[in-house]
Structure formats: C-alpha cells, structure tokens
Design a protein. Structure first.
Length: 466
C-alpha cells in the first residue's frame, strides 16, 4: 500500500469537497466550466506569458473554500483537521469592523505556506469564527443560549481529530487511513438535512444571517468553493450572458492597464436551497434558505507593507470621490486613481518597493556588488512576481454583505469583544503567521541563493527594507 504525502492528501481533500459541493450547488459546476473555458482562452491568447502568475495546471485545480465555525473549541478542532493536510493559519481578518452590515465573525485562512507545497496544491480555506461574546451583536441572555447551543454539538468527531493528528505527525498516511481521513473530513463539511428549529434560526437571523447560518443549526457546511481565473472580467461577462446575475461590481482592484495586484473577486447569489424546518407549532416541513453563493477570484502580485499602504490609501481616495457624489462607478473612479499612483510596470513596482518578487539566475557576471535592477538589466537575473495567496478584509466584507438580504442589527454603543492576531492564535492553538513574513522570506531566500550562485553581493530592492 502506498504512503500518501501531505500534499497528496490535500489535493484529494480539495477534489473530494469539490465533488460534494458540485452536487449540492449545481451552479458551482457551471462556474467551474466557465472558469476553465476562460483560462483556456486566456492561455491561447497570451501564450507562455499567461502563466506568469501561476501555471495553468495549478490555476485549473486551484480553489479556496469558506467555512464558518461557532466557538473557540471548534476553531481549535478545525485547525487540527487542516494541519493534517498541511494547511496552517495565515493572516487575521476582523470582519466585524470591515462590514457595515452585521457580520459578527473574526477569521483566518488555513493554507500551505511553503513554495513547493503551494505549487503542489494551493488549497486554502477562509475560516470564520462566530464572535458569540460580542455584546454589539448579542445580548447577555442570547449570548448564553447561543454558546450553550454550540457547545452541545460535535462537528468534528474524535476519530477524525485523531486521524488528522496522525497525518500531521507522520506527514502523510497509508492509503487505507488516507481514504478514511478524506471521507470523514469531507463529511464534516457536508450539508445536513436535520430539521432546523425555525424559531431559533429566525431569532438569530434577525440579528445577522451569518449568525443564524453558523449558530442556528447543529452542523457546519462549506459556504462556497471558489475557482481561480486568469481573466475575471471575461468570466463576469460570460456568467451574465448565461443568465446568472452577478453582484454589481468586481471587488478589489479595478481592471486597468498595469500589473494585477492582490486579489479581485466577484460572486453570485446561489438559489434558494430547500431545507427542513421544525416550526413553533411542532410541525415539520420544507422551507427555503439562501445563504450560499458562488464566488470566483483572480490573483495578482503580493504587495509589501508599503504597497499595501498605497492600496489602502487609493481605496480611501475612491471612497471620498464616491461620497462626494462622483458620476462614475467605483471601478471607473478606481481606475483613474490607479493610473495616477500605481506604477504601470512590474519594474516600477520593484523599484518603488511595492511588490514582492523572486529571482532566477539566467546568466553570469564578474564578482562585485550589484543592485538587483542592474543584474536584471544585464540579463543575469530574471524576476518572477510572487502571487498574493491571501485575502482582503474589505473585499471579504463586501462579498458577505452583497449576499445578505438584510443588514441585520448591531448596537455600536456597546464595547466590542477584543480579538486580535494573538488572541485568535491562542484559540487556533498555533501562531497565526503574518502574510508579509512569508512573502519577504521567500524573496530574501531567492536573492541569497542567487548571490551565492553568482558569487556576488546583491543589494535588494527597497521592498526588503520595509
Ligand atoms: C467568507 C467570506 C470571505 C473571501 O473570499 O474573501 C471569503 C464567508 O463567506 O464565509 O471567502
Ligand atoms: Ni471566498
């Protein structure tokens, strides 16, 4: 029997979830088909240049999932399930503040962190935890009932947790155990048709549809599974042409005449899903829920802290222009602002220390000291952009929000429960890594290796100095 390494388990897990989700949400299958066609056409048009931000093999298989758990205990358990697949917590996102509507969650993303692991299979899961203790959303009485309700359910079985621990320890599993692990882990995220207590569900829903989705049922499920495309504008148009209504705008950076940065996303509201409810009068019957949606993403270059600051300030400028009653859409305004502030080339991003890159040795040179750009100009080094592997709180909030029917309620007079990266790390049971650390380490390692290979000293771009 063959031993299956961590990345093989992860790839199998991603495929298995994808199969299950395709049966649960048929529109997802359409989305995947259209995504594949978009990517194929993009490659035909661009040739090898089309793979600059990821090989077609990786991009075609690439997905991110989104799940939501109810308590610190469940967060710790799901972290263990993901660790067996080589997926570790990266980044802290506080959507309570990023969203105008009532979105009472804090989040991290579990994903592979090594370059090779990402290349083998980049599956990541955006994981949100209900902040049931946040008084802005839940009164003390409701908080208590909510926490009790969640404490009484068991989403991740002992069997799943121990097999995951073994997979993490041994960096893989023998085939039979691997099969069991995939089966149990997939089932933990499957939609369950146990009757939903209507009264309880609606009480939470009045506060936030996210709260009822998480705490109104005794199970969790995948909220969405997102394919990656190389041209999201093309995807958007093709989906609309098929009669699937997308949200009004693509979230994140606009389509513009310069390098793709960070992450662009869009989504469509999934159809009503029939579920079984138990009503207050004791009867059981069907009801419709609309909480899941389809999402798609396009990934660009990872930005340094300086680049991210620029991105955030450009967004603020867009907001101000919009608030001042500009006649153009957010995307049109953003395009103008991008053209004003953001370099139009990768070289510009490097020189201003705005983006992360790795470097491949493509020539040789005399020993001595050089600036990176000098060696690139001389054909000694070839730069390769590092792809952004993470998420954007504002876009995430925008996606959550645009798919909620109601804004829900919140009481901003109350002091919010404190959560930060340290607090969530303790809950997860492992240090949540800052995304910048990973990108910076990758750039530094590549420069060091190049310098050693060439026998020279290389002065890095300003990107490494911030
Ligand atoms: C997560 C929303 C965030 C993204 O891609 O930014 C997200 C959720 O809906 O649970 O998935
Ligand atoms: Ni998502």
């Amino acid at each position: 029997m063959a031993f299956q390494k961590t990345w093989e388990l992860r790839a199998r897990f991603a495929r298995s979830l994808s199969e299950m989700y395709g049966v649960e949400v048929p529109a997802y299958t359409t989305l995947v088909e259209v995504s594949e066609a978009v990517n194929q056409d993009y490659m035909d048009k661009m040739g090898a240049e089309g793979e600059r931000l990821g090989t077609i093999g990786r991009v075609t298989a690439e997905r991110h999932g989104a799940i939501r758990v109810g308590s610190p205990q469940e967060m710790g358990q799901v972290a263990q399930v993901f660790a067996g697949f080589g997926m570790y917590p990266v980044g802290f996102y506080d959507l309570r503040d990023a969203a105008k509507s009532s979105v009472p969650v804090v989040s991290t993303a579990f994903r592979p962190i090594d370059k090779e692991e990402l290349a083998n299979n980049p599956f990541r899961v955006f994981t949100s935890m209900l902040a049931a203790d946040d008084p802005r959303f839940f009164t003390p009485d409701l908080q208590e009932r909510l926490q009790n309700f969640i404490a009484q359910r068991q989403i991740f079985s002992q069997e799943l947790l121990s097999i995951a621990a073994k997979a993490a320890r041994d960096e893989g599993l023998e085939e039979a155990e691997a099969d069991e692990y995939i089966k149990l882990a997939t089932a933990a995220f499957e939609l369950n048709d146990e009757p939903i207590d209507d009264q309880w569900y609606r009480e939470l829903e009045a506060i936030s549809a996210v709260a009822s989705d998480i705490g109104g049922v005794r199970y969790t499920h995948i909220n969405h599974l997102t394919p990656r495309v190389l041209d999201i504008d093309d995807l958007y148009d093709r989906m609309e042409a098929r009669g699937i209504t997308m949200i009004d705008e693509i979230q994140g950076p606009p389509d513009w005449d310069g390098p793709d940065i960070l992450l662009r996303q869009t989504s469509f509201r999934a159809l009503d899903e029939e579920r079984t409810f138990k009503f207050a009068d004791g009867t059981v019957g069907p009801g419709a829920l609309r909480v899941r949606f389809g999402e798609v993403e396009q990934r660009g270059i990872a930005l340094t802290p300086r680049g991210r600051e620029l991105y955030d300030s450009m967004n603020t400028e867009v907001d101000e222009k919009l608030a001042a009653g500009a006649e153009h859409t957010r995307v049109e305004i953003a395009r103008g602002i991008w053209e004003q502030h953001l370099p139009k080339t990768e070289k510009g991003l490097r020189e201003q220390g705005l983006g992360y890159f790795t470097y491949e040795v493509t020539g040789s040179t005399d020993s001595g000291e050089y600036d990176v750009e000098q060696l690139i100009d001389a054909g000694v080094l070839a730069p390769q952009p590092i792809v952004y592997e993470d998420f954007l709180p504002r876009s995430a909030a925008g996606i959550f929000q645009s798919n909620l029917k109601e804004e829900g309620t919140r009481d901003n007079e109350q002091q919010g429960a404190d959560y930060d990266i340290e607090a969530l790390s303790r809950i997860v049971g492992r240090d949540i890594v800052e995304p910048y650390q990973l990108y910076r380490a990758q750039e530094e390692a590549s420069l060091l290796a190049a310098a050693q290979q060439l026998g020279v000293t290389i002065h890095p771009t300003p990107a490494l100095q911030n």
